[in-house]
Design a protein around this ligand. Structure first.
Ligand SMILES: O=P(O)(O)OC[C@@H](O)[C@@H](O)c1c[nH]c2ccccc12
Length: 260
């Protein structure tokens, strides 16, 4: 079993819900990466999704896109992110998940990426612009490096496709909660719990909800019918403003005492 899946299952076995913050590497400068990751780790997050900035981020909403632009303006590259992470990998005790588009991986070299990512503490990868049918390009190298390849399942996927993606997904299943791009939202469709429960019938790999989750109430609500949540835009904004209180509240909402 992948280390990522194991980390999530140990959280849910204890009665808590997984909490996975997304951060944009290089936003505010790469020197921020180490203190940010170590502080999130200290707050008790389950894993951290580390975004690699990219010039054509088709799935990103405005908050993440702007953070990506700031990171690129700082000269952030995939190579520099991996080097920076490797520099303090011995202090990282939770799995990191890299969120990157396919192009930077191909430009870096698939084999080299898998090798260097492993050294950097990366235990899972999300590649939003790579369809499942194309995953043969990267899967063997990732598998070799024991890096889970996570699939995104959207609300509009057909039932057959949902089943196929779910069964293929490693580490966890990224269940997208809205139709559209990333970004904080105030409300969600009503029938999501059935959708999530159906996904979970195909697999014992944990299902995490992501997109739009931005308040402690959302964390609790989604936690009632899946294994945990991913929070992006709200975390990115809070980090840019130095507002750690809201981050702490979001993490707390994933703990058993709050979920019940
Ligand atoms: O920002 P939100 O709405 O909280 O959603 C998480 C999301 O930002 C993060 O997981 C992510 C950033 N870029 C992506 C591209 C595709 C899928 C997911 C992502």
């Amino acid at each position: 079993m992948s280390q990522l899946k194991q980390a999530i299952l140990s959280v849910t076995a204890a009665g808590d819900k997984a909490f996975v913050p997304y951060i944009m590497a290089g936003d505010g400068g790469l020197d921020k990466l180490q203190p940010t990751i170590l502080k999130l780790q200290e707050l008790g997050v389950t894993a951290i999704e580390v975004g690699i900035p990219f010039t054509d981020p088709v799935a990103d909403g405005p908050t993440i896109e702007r953070a990506g632009e700031r990171a690129l303006a700082n000269g952030t590259t995939l190579r520099k992110v991996l080097e920076t992470l490797t520099g303090f990998a011995d202090q990282i005790t939770i799995p990191l998940v890299a969120m990157t588009y396919l192009n930077p991986i191909l430009a870096y070299g698939v084999e080299k990426f898998a090798h260097d990512a492993k050294q950097a503490g990366i235990r899972g990868v999300i590649i939003p612009d790579m369809p499942l049918e194309e995953s043969g390009i990267v899967h063997p190298a990732l598998k070799n490096a024991e890096i889970a390849l996570i699939q995104l399942v959207s609300l509009t996927s057909t039932p057959e496709r949902i089943e196929r993606l779910t069964k293929a997904s490693e580490g966890f299943i990224y269940a997208v909660t809205v139709n559209g791009i990333t970004g904080a939202r105030s409300s969600f469709a009503g029938s999501l719990d059935d959708h999530f429960k159906r996904i979970q019938t195909y697999t014992d790999t944990p299902v995490l909800a992501g997109f739009g989750i931005s308040a402690p109430e959302h964390v609790k609500n989604f936690g009632s019918f899946c294994s945990g949540v991913i929070v992006g835009s709200k975390i990115v904004d809070s980090l840019a403003n130095g507002d750690w209180d809201i981050i702490e509240e979001l993490v707390k909402a994933s703990k058993a005492s709050a979920v019940k």
